[in-house]
Design a protein around this ligand. Structure first.
Ligand SMILES: *Cc1c(COP(=O)(O)O)cnc(C)c1O
Length: 410
């Protein structure tokens, strides 16, 4: 698609965009509802709000909030709206580029706290096996030892195993609400309780659930406790660029105690001829557009809008979960509590079924241990759910036939 080297002469605008549009044809068709991860489309109206907000703040830099007070206000608003959803009464936080960066900052804060309060010099990060790889990355980048909490039969972190593993070196205990691989919420109360008894930080990874579980709860769903109402939860990450429906590059890290933000997360450097330099996140220069897009979409949708979208997701998810559960040869792993699930098969090769679905244009991610296909429902999937399920049943049946034939002729 692109030239191997910087071209000598410029490309005319029309040709440039024609080439980009051509290249895009090979990309996943998310607008058609064909993708089941990565993008969370919420309809044309949401698209156009995001596009306008992005364009309005295309050039600004969120590195220095004092130069752009409008940006500072929007970031403060997004953080406080998010903290409100998570029941953080005296909370403080900041926006980051995504879940990974929020997790890096939570880990860094926990490491600093463990060092300052308990003198921990060789810190350990204790996270469920199903926790996002961002925790392994954070441990590696920030010099913590990464120890995994095994899962129970229900695919949630096993709190008894966690109790065995926790010790004086533990700087951070983690639980997911929900975890990405299976969509189940870890026993946050028990895990956070173990941490709190010992003065250890606890992070709820609500990157996925932060903008969905609060609305499912309002809709009357049984939502396991995961937010600041649970004693011992010290930080929470929530991605606005997932079920908050903002464009990419937007997450929030919230501390239960606003003081911890300055005490453990903030980086300040005063020994530079360029002046005093302060930063709350990994990035230096920060794009303004994700902040503006988050602010715009949160205020545009508001509680009403998020409730409507959550209701759509919930209905589609139930339909898909039930249909998969009732399909002979397929099974859903664990009891997914939100809007995503993994399914496998004891009768068929699940990856072969995935290949048939690929051929029909559906993008389902593969998982290992156990072998599974993974899907995450977003609001616009209500338009394609029936077609998807029809293709899935056909894929299972055709695959069943193929197996029988194989057996007959071998
Ligand atoms: C997506 C995700 C992350 C990481 O977020 P990025 O925005 O991809 O960096 C962390 N935890 C969970 C549960 C996630 O789903």
């Amino acid at each position: 698609m692109s030239e191997p080297r910087l071209p000598k002469q410029g490309t005319p605008r029309e040709e440039l965009f024609a080439r980009m549009r051509e290249g895009k044809k090979r990309d996943a068709d998310w607008r058609g509802g064909r993708t089941w991860s990565l993008i969370y489309p919420a309809g044309e109206e949401v698209d156009s709000i995001l596009a306008e907000a992005n364009e309005l703040y295309m050039y600004e830099n969120a590195l220095n909030p004092f130069r752009f007070p409008s940006l500072r206000q929007m970031e403060t608003d997004v953080v406080s709206m998010t903290a409100g959803l998570l029941h953080g009464e005296n909370a403080g936080g900041c926006m980051t580029s995504g879940g990974t960066e929020s997790i890096l900052m939570a880990t860094k804060s926990a490491r600093e706290r463990a060092r300052q309060e308990r003198g921990v010099e060789q810190p350990v990060l204790l996270a469920p096996k199903s926790a996002h790889p961002a925790f392994a990355k954070a441990a590696l980048y920030l010099g913590l030892e990464h120890v995994q909490i095994p899962l129970d039969d229900d695919l949630r972190a096993d709190p008894r195993a966690a109790a065995e593993l926790i010790d004086e070196r533990t700087a951070l205990v983690v639980g997911s609400a929900p975890c990405y691989p299976f969509g189940v919420v870890d026993p946050i109360e028990e895990l956070a309780g173990l941490a709190a008894e010992r003065g250890i930080s606890f992070h709820t990874d609500a990157c996925l659930g932060g903008f969905m579980l609060p609305f499912l709860e309002r809709l009357g769903a049984r939502v396991p406790p995961f937010d600041f109402r649970v004693p011992g939860v010290t930080t929470i990450s929530a991605d606005v660029h997932k079920y908050g429906y903002a464009t990419k590059g937007a997450s929030v890290i919230v501390h239960r105690d606003a003081d911890h933000l300055n005490r453990y997360q903030l980086f300040v450097y005063r020994e530079w001829p360029g002046g005093t330099y302060g930063s709350f996140a990994m990035a230096g220069a920060r794009p303004a557009a994700p902040i503006a897009a988050s602010w715009a979409i949160m205020n545009y949708l508001a509680e009403d809008g998020y409730l409507r979208l959550a209701a759509r997701v919930r209905q589609t998810f139930r339909k898909i979960r039930n249909a998969i559960g009732e399909t002979p040869g397929l099974c859903v792993f664990g009891e997914p509590q939100m809007s995503l699930l993994a399914f496998g098969s004891d009768a068929h090769d699940i990856f072969a079924i995935g290949d048939v679905m690929d051929d029909r244009g559906w993008c389902l991610d593969r998982q290992r241990d156990p072998d599974a296909l993974h899907l995450m429902v977003s609001p616009e999937h209500d338009r394609v759910a029936d077609a998807f399920l029809k293709d899935l049943r056909a894929a299972v049946e055709s695959h069943g036939d193929a197996r029988e034939k194989e057996a007959r002729y071998s």
